[in-house]
Design a protein around this ligand. Structure first.
Ligand code: AMP
Length: 386
């Protein structure tokens, strides 16, 4: 059933149906390859999670990712086509392979291109549809970035991951992998409470980068990043400061005061593509207006996902089946709060993969529930009801 092939100095032990592997990317969790699926005749992406239980950070992430990929079904979120492990016992268990739809490039590559308004607004619309769908399952991403968004040459877009777990985790164990934080909202950087529109900040950063061609707030660390934000957008109001934890507040309040720049100055006309001749609302002025509503430091004054979807620059693409797709089953956040040893994670992840494999292959893992008992005959007793 399985064979082994070496790609990008990594051994892939995969089902025979997947052929012609070529490396296409790598992330914190491992290497991603493209492959030809000889059973479906489709090209696919295969991600190898090498020893996902190697430490609790990796394990939690892999487990959550896998659970959520199984739960969510929306055209703007990457879909799982298959998952398997080549090892057949818990003792031998090492690696998980996730088979996904294959896309052509990630957004880092697309941002470098000169996009016209049609393409830019359509990409943003799809991001917003995907985000809205995640929100409908109670998943607030908080870590959207171009490397985790993939596109096809026909301009379709999918979000690849599910962001940060609700409980504060540490990415320390992910070293030497460098975590990109440029797109994280002020409330994430400053450790404040957050709501759905935390993800709109990231969309704003991505849109701004599409226009400017460079990262808007490339901080070397949280402090540097905060400086880059306020230098451009200005020091936030005293009401915002009041919502900060005392230690953070004293740092933030003691920074020099910046007035920030107007959006016409931050994103001058010359940076935008020519206004659309087909859609009257796809203009530099509308694009800048949307940007100025997403890149707002104070989350209470920032636009919401629904408002963004209804913005003139976006709503040209409105389709109820995409915007208002039925919500997935709500996500059980207790998963994020679970603390386990590495051995327990190993077993949990192994079980999860086995469950997926058997469900997919139509095996019956549990005996069917017995038929309900026949209704009892009318009560004869005279005693008190219990
Ligand atoms: P990840 O490990 O999920 O962070 O993915 C790392 C990189 O692999 C991404 O930035 C993409 O460039 C690429 N990639 C991952 N999944 C896919 C996919 N389904 N289609 C195309 N490229 C992908």
């Amino acid at each position: 059933m399985f064979y082994t092939v070496e790609v990008a100095e990594t051994k892939f032990t995969i089902l025979r149906r997947y052929q012609n592997l070529k490396p296409i990317g790598s992330g914190a969790q491992g290497i991603v390859c493209s492959a030809y699926d000889s059973e479906s005749g489709q090209n696919v992406a295969i991600k190898k999670l090498s020893r996902p239980f190697q430490n609790t950070t990796h394990a939690k992430r892999a487990y959550r990712e896998f659970k959520l990929m199984r739960l969510v079904n929306h055209k703007n979120i990457i879909g799982l086509l298959n998952a398997f492990t080549p090892q057949r016992t818990l003792e031998e268990f090492q690696d998980v392979y996730l088979v996904m739809e294959l896309m052509d490039a990630n957004l880092c590559q697309v941002i470098q291109m000169d996009l016209d308004h049609e393409r830019m607004s359509y990409l943003l619309y799809q991001m917003l549809c995907g985000i809205k769908h995640l929100h409908s399952a109670g998943i607030i991403h908080r870590d959207l970035k171009p490397s985790n968004i993939v596109v096809k040459s026909d301009c379709t877009l999918k979000i690849l991951d599910f962001g940060l777990a609700r409980t504060a985790g540490t990415n320390f164990a992910m070293t030497p992998y460098v975590v990109t934080r440029y797109y994280r909202a002020p409330e994430v950087i400053l450790g404040m409470g957050y709501t759905d529109n935390v993800d709109l900040w990231s969309v704003g950063c991505i849109m701004g980068e599409m226009i400017r061609g460079t990262v808007l707030f490339p901080g070397t660390d949280h402090i540097d990043q905060w400086n880059k934000i306020i230098e451009q957008l200005g020091t936030p109001s005293p009401e915002f400061m009041q919502r900060l934890q005392p230690s953070v507040r004293s740092y933030v309040e003691n920074r020099p005061r910046y007035d920030g720049y107007r959006f016409e100055r931050l994103f001058p006309d010359m940076l935008f593509p020519a206004d659309s001749t087909e859609h009257a609302k796809l203009t530099a002025a509308e694009a800048r207006d949307l940007l100025s509503k997403m890149l707002v430091v104070d989350q209470e004054k920032r636009i919401s996902v629904d408002e963004a979807l209804n913005h003139d620059y976006i709503k040209v693409w409105w389709d109820a089946s995409e915007v208002e797709a039925p919500a997935p089953a709500p996500y059980d956040h207790h998963i994020d709060e679970r603390e386990h040893t590495v051995d327990q994670w190993k077993e949990l992840i192994y079980q999860e993969v086995l469950e997926y494999e058997s469900e997919r292959n139509g095996f019956i893992t549990a005996p069917p529930a017995p038929p309900p008992p026949p209704p009892p005959p009318p009560a004869q007793h005279n005693g008190p009801d219990t």
